[in-house]
Design a protein around this ligand. Structure first.
Ligand SMILES: [Fe+2]
Length: 216
């Protein structure tokens, strides 16, 4: 975007966030009218399209270098993260474990029409359907490719795929999930420790190196 393309908000426009008094109000300290607020620009797209690394100011650069945590990357190969069986008809591809927040990420693959039994979430779940379709028996929608799912703590549901090719769901999950049998009896809690053990046990059994990129 060129500099001339930047839009500016009129000085008289009220900010939806600021709770400052009107421009004409007298300062309770000096008794003088405050200086007019500078015009604020509002970008509609990132201002630079330069195809290069740009050095930007960062007042806490040294502290970030000392205490900041690098990001991670997991490629598509089985060596980087294998499909680990999750029952007979499903598998999990683990992507991230955060033991500080009991947070974890994976792709759930139900390989054909099938069920992931009734469970209760104790944290928030974000999912995007990648392939196939899935729904919860308790709800009235069906998620297809690209659809976004957001679940909140305390919800109880039963995940099914009626699609002949099943479903792949990318998930970002917080907190434990409690699984129940078909009579409503509690069976087991799956949390970040369970998911780490699920991944590492399979890797050890199949000679796959533990990928440290999965550990946030
Ligand atoms: Fe769920």
């Amino acid at each position: 975007m060129s500099a001339s393309a930047k839009s500016t908000r009129p000085v008289s426009a009220k900010s939806p966030v600021s709770a400052k008094p009107p421009m004409s109000a007298k300062s309770p300290v000096s008794g003088k009218s405050p200086a007019p607020a500078p015009a604020k620009s509002t970008i509609s797209a990132p201002p630079s399209t330069a195809y290069k690394i740009v050095d930007v100011p960062e007042v806490h650069r040294d502290t970030i270098q000392r205490y900041g945590v690098p990001g991670t990357f997991v490629g598509p190969s089985e060596q980087e993260s294998p499909w680990v069986p999750f029952g007979d008809k499903a598998a999990l591809r683990h992507l991230a474990f955060d033991v500080r927040r009991n947070t974890f990420s994976n792709i759930l693959w139900i390989k054909s029409a099938g069920v992931i039994g009734t469970h209760k979430h104790r944290g928030t779940v974000v999912m995007i359907c990648l392939e196939g379709s899935a729904r919860y028996l308790e709800y009235d929608w069906v998620a297809g490719p690209g659809d976004f799912i957001y679940e909140t703590p305390g919800l109880i549901h039963t995940l099914v795929s009626d699609h002949p090719q099943g479903v792949k769901l990318f998930g970002w999950l917080e907190g434990p999930t409690e699984f129940y049998d078909d009579k409503g009896n509690f069976v087991e809690t799956l949390d970040v420790w369970w998911y780490i053990n699920h991944y590492e046990t399979y890797c050890r059994a199949h000679g796959i190196p533990i990928n440290k990129q999965l550990y946030l």
